[in-house]
Design a protein around this ligand. Sequence first.
Ligand code: MN
Length: 418
Amino acid sequence: MKSFIEVKNDSDFPLQNLPYGIFAKDENEIPHAGTAIGDYIFDLTAAEKKGLINSEDTAGKKVFTNGTLNEFMSCSKEVHREFRKIITSLLDENNPKLRDNKELRSECLIKMENVKMQMPVQIGDYTDFYSSKQHATNVGIMFRGKENALMPNWLHIPVAYHGRASSVVISGTDIVRPKGQTKAEDAEMPSFGPSRLLDFELETGFFIGKGNKLGDPISIENASDHIFGMVLVNDWSARDIQKWEYVPLGPFLGKNFATSISPWIVTMEALEPFRIRGEKQEPEPLPYLKSSGNNSFNIKLDVYIKPKDSDKEELISESNFKNLYWDIYQQLAHHTVNGCNMKTGDLLASGTISGPDKYSYGSLLELTWRGSEPIKLSSGDELKFLRDGDELIIKGYCQGDCYRIGFGEVRGKILPAK
Ligand code: MN
């Protein structure tokens, strides 16, 4: 399967991917919906205007007109599959309709470098899970000691907290160092000031397509009908603020100052060929959480830092989505089992995805073991936590034969506290 648009082997966006995003040429333009193909964006809003696609026919309503993907995401899986078929056919190398029509091509195919990606979804609610066993164990050891590393509930429920949707930002948005209350181990009283232990968290997140009614749980068998697609997530964390505030109600200001996401939503249909078995679950979860088959995905996740005063991105961690203990279907079934309703556009993030060894940890807290084992940068500098001017980049992709299903990247640069 190939497009008439040239796609390099290491491009994140071959014809097999077709992720959805929102973009604009400048501030004056109402944002358009599009799908990525090679270095181009196929403009779905323009394609609809030109009669290449007709969402009223396919979805029963106009879905690409209002500058977010919510309308489109709220459609059924059948509608999403139908659109995927239509777009695949329009971009196929054997279809002359767009390929041989110079005017249509110039209207509907836009160079990625000429636009700015926008927030693709109006996010109603944001939940962050804590689903990597290695991460939960590492943090547990650091804060509570080896004997009590995993809390007694951890192997029985996908632990999570409600995050803040208003501060979810698109890749490329600068992150202002948060201020807050912290208390040093040996201090008698807390103090106030800029966070000194600013960290990233390597995560992915999935977006809810079709929601559920309040009081009607989504069963694990039906969970996949409600999941639209996935993005990369950096769940920025101020460890010192978090440590002082989190007892007894959990994360608050140490978390809600910013969460960054990648701009392209990779659909579950595109990820389908990369399904693999998840981690073995012992003890067996309760029946409502019982998951079977290949319910994880083989997604390589790389973390880079572009240190302040440097032009070079340096690889600091290599992890994989498959390192999650709880899968996305279990997360969704658990989240709604009490009757909690999901709405189209809700974001559910995985929690920090740490692998089994030191080079696959998903946060600086773990990579530097709370700052006690700093990372040596190529400049000779030592990195413990994020400094003003540092830029953090997460990339992710599934590697197929001669093609990859990529997520692009999520990046953010730390600005000094205000
Ligand atoms: Mn997190």
